[in-house]
Design a protein around this ligand. Sequence first.
Ligand code: FAD
Ligand code: NAG
Ligand code: NAG
Ligand code: NAG
Length: 502
Amino acid sequence: MKITPIVEILTITITCISTVACRRNDPSILIIGAGPAGIAAAARLLEKGFRNLTILEAESRIGGRIRSVKFGDAFVDLGAQWCHGEEDNAVYDLVKDLDVLKPSGTSKKFYHSSGERIDDELSHQLFDIMDSVYSANGNRLVSDDLTVGDYCVRNYNRTLYQKYAHDKRKRELALITIEYFHHRVLSYEGSFSWFEPAARNDYRDCAGNLMLNWNGLGYKTVLEVLMKKFPNNSRALPIDDKLFLNKEVTKIRWKRKSVTVVCADGSIYLADHVIFTPSVGVLKEKAFTLFEPSLPDVKNQAIGNIGFGAVMKVALLFSKRWWREETGFSFIWSENDKWSVLRDLPDDPSWLGRSWVTYLYAVETAENNPNVLFGWFTGNFIPLIEQLPEKDLVDGIDYVLKKFLSRSYQIIKPNKIIRSQWYSNPRFRGVYSFQTVRCRRGKGDTSANILAAPLTNVEENRPVVQFAGEATHPYYFSTVHGAIETGYREADALINLYSKHA
Ligand SMILES: Cc1cc2nc3c(=O)[nH]c(=O)nc-3n(C[C@H](O)[C@H](O)[C@H](O)COP(=O)(O)OP(=O)(O)OC[C@H]3O[C@@H](n4cnc5c(N)ncnc54)[C@H](O)[C@@H]3O)c2cc1C
Ligand SMILES: *[C@@H]1O[C@H](CO)[C@@H](O)[C@H](O)[C@H]1NC(C)=O
Ligand SMILES: *[C@@H]1O[C@H](CO)[C@@H](O)[C@H](O)[C@H]1NC(C)=O
Ligand SMILES: *[C@@H]1O[C@H](CO)[C@@H](O)[C@H](O)[C@H]1NC(C)=O
């Protein structure tokens, strides 16, 4: 009976098509979001031979909160900018042999709104005090109810009264520098106020240099390395074949055998597994309409508790470089000068006696980009500043640069600017997550771990929707290295699941 084996093979093939059994070899996996977490997951799955992969990205570009744009002579980063650390750092590990990361310059000058430069010795002291008060990140041995703001105000004040006990002039100047300190802390935390993040939290710094920059190549380089396009394109992973841009996911139906994903353009995808990577900002706004059925209560609570705010960067291109060797300027406003802005710019938006322009707390130079400066804004005014007409934005920045620096430099207006709009963009709704005091109250698992837990198909007890993305990392949240690790984590969970069955 020669024919039997063929019949058998046919039967096996047919059963395989119609049952779960065949998924065990090549399940269909759909990744939502092509930021670092999504790309890391895709790269790992492709390397392990998974082929039925689809990546849906709402924006018209990949990268997510990594956004490197050619501007002036090099790439500037409107999103992630520095590789924070060297040890146990997925970004550093990916590029360490490629000679692309460089330590960042630290020659920043403090200026007072009177136009006076604060001497180097006092500037260094102030930076040291701020750093020592703010550091010990995460390990601060304080009550879970204390915010970063409570902690910093208390300890900064105490330090100043000790250090400058007999020097009233320095103490007064240092005391008003607390506003600059607040803005700077917000750039680390990504919150709108320092009275939101918890002083004691799970964040960990990697050892090594915390401020490595991409020397004008842009943070996008790490994505190219992940996709094996850099430094050599010859063995690139076939991610482009799997990637669909301008595909905003609007519905994830997850209670059935396979997950159904619906996009804004009406297209529908079926998959055995979904890996969801959009930000907590997206989840805060859309989780209730996105998931059907809705997410479990604990997950919604975690999404509510995890903090998410915004910072804003504006890149400024000048026709010529008007500054010298310094790598940045930091601005300290006197009370009087803050009020005088309201007289000078009466039509500009203000809040509680502060014009929006006083939220520009520092400008910094850009690597390999001699005519470019970056303006930094933080605080609760960001949603409004992101939306200002370009002319108002340029005029306001010009006003501040002239007020602080025109005694020492020949300030000119920028020819061209480009700004970030992370809060306004519905694909992000902010910058990076932080632990609030509410995250610290629960007795059970941390908010990040609750967010990371997959939705499972009860009958088969297998994950159907998995969560990756920076906010799901237990201690490297808010970073690219954290995001990449979560992409690997969810890919590995599937790799392990199918290797067990194989
Ligand atoms: C201004 C700024 C500065 C930063 N600086 C640093 C830094 O110096 N160093 C550092 O390590 N980190 C920094 N970060 C943080 C870092 O960029 C993020 O932690 C990281 O990019 C998060 O990656 P992710 O993959 O988790 O999310 P994302 O990068 O947000 O990727 C998620 C993707 O999902 C897409 N998406 C959203 N909604 C949908 C939908 N409905 N359907 C389909 N797709 C959707 C988004 O468009 C996005 O591409 C910074 C971030 C910002 C904004
Ligand atoms: C991938 O999976 C989808 C959904 O399960 C299925 O419809 C499709 O035929 C698969 N594609 C390939 C090439 O196996
Ligand atoms: C700062 O410390 C001084 C001296 O101990 C005290 O008088 C003052 O109230 C403190 N201010 C704040 C804001 O804590
Ligand atoms: C790229 O890699 C391939 C294969 O590893 C190698 O043969 C080739 O020389 C490399 N090209 C460059 C420019 O390094």
